[in-house]
Ligand binder design. Structure first.
Ligand code: BTN
Length: 218
């Protein structure tokens, strides 16, 4: 597993894509200390204090159809949540038991016809950052565990978990075990109700109604 370590980038997603397009193999990772244009889900920005967290993108080359791509991220999130002993908020936010967010995944896909060519799986994980001005629902591993964290150890745990679980046949069961969302009252866009399950295509069932994309609100 090669990790390209960079001081400052616009986004590790862009660096990893460049490497993937040049033929870098499955499991190649890019890690940066600073991102000037960190990207989050749903068109948001991802902000992180320089040098304190993990800003990581991993190239995945799974031999699967495009329709299965969302399951890779759910699997990676379940694996990383298990490795770090935290929970998953649908679809793939890493949260503590109170729902405070420690990190999130962003997957960007390249396809050839209906097959996945590669996926750039980005993870922003708050490791040692203590203050999150203006983000009351954010937290970090250090805040959760009460002591400074060794980022190299966390990186190793996270990379192993992503590679072991993104395409694992038991990934959705692991997700269900690690879920923070299931059994709770949620709102996703217009849909409101109790999150009753995770369907095999990754949809969240809210009072039995499948929701395929969006974010779980309060
Ligand atoms: C989310 O919105 O929860 C997903 C955030 C993903 C952020 C990570 S940081 C490393 C990688 N590079 C980016 O620009 N985004 C992802």
């Amino acid at each position: 597993m090669t990790v390209h370590r960079l001081a400052e980038v616009t986004s590790t997603q862009a660096e990893a894509r460049r490497l993937a397009e040049a033929g870098a193999p499955h499991g190649t990772a890019v890690l940066a200390e600073v991102q000037t244009q960190g990207r989050g889900r749903l068109g948001r920005r991802w902000e992180a204090a320089p040098g304190e967290n993990l800003l990581l993108s991993v190239i995945l080359r799974p031999p699967v159809p495009v329709r299965e791509a969302p399951l890779l991220t759910l699997g990676a999130a379940a694996g990383v949540a298990t490795a770090l002993d935290v929970r998953v908020k649908w679809p793939n936010d890493l949260v503590d038991t109170e729902g405070h967010k420690l990190g999130g995944f962003l997957a960007e896909l390249e396809a050839e016809g209906d097959r996945v060519s590669f996926v750039i799986l980005g993870l922003g994980l708050n490791v040692n950052q203590l203050a999150f001005p203006g983000l009351p629902s954010a937290t970090s591993l250090r805040r959760l565990r009460g002591v400074p964290q060794d980022r190299e150890v966390v990186l190793d745990d996270v990379l192993r978990a992503i590679l072991a679980w993104s395409a694992h046949p038991g990934r959705l069961d692991l997700w269900r075990e690690r879920a923070h969302t299931l059994g709770r009252r949620v709102r996703v866009g217009e849909v409101e109700g109790v999150a009753t399950g995770l369907r095999d295509d990754g949809a969240l069932l809210v009072d039995g109604v499948p929701v395929l994309t969006g974010e779980v609100g309060a």
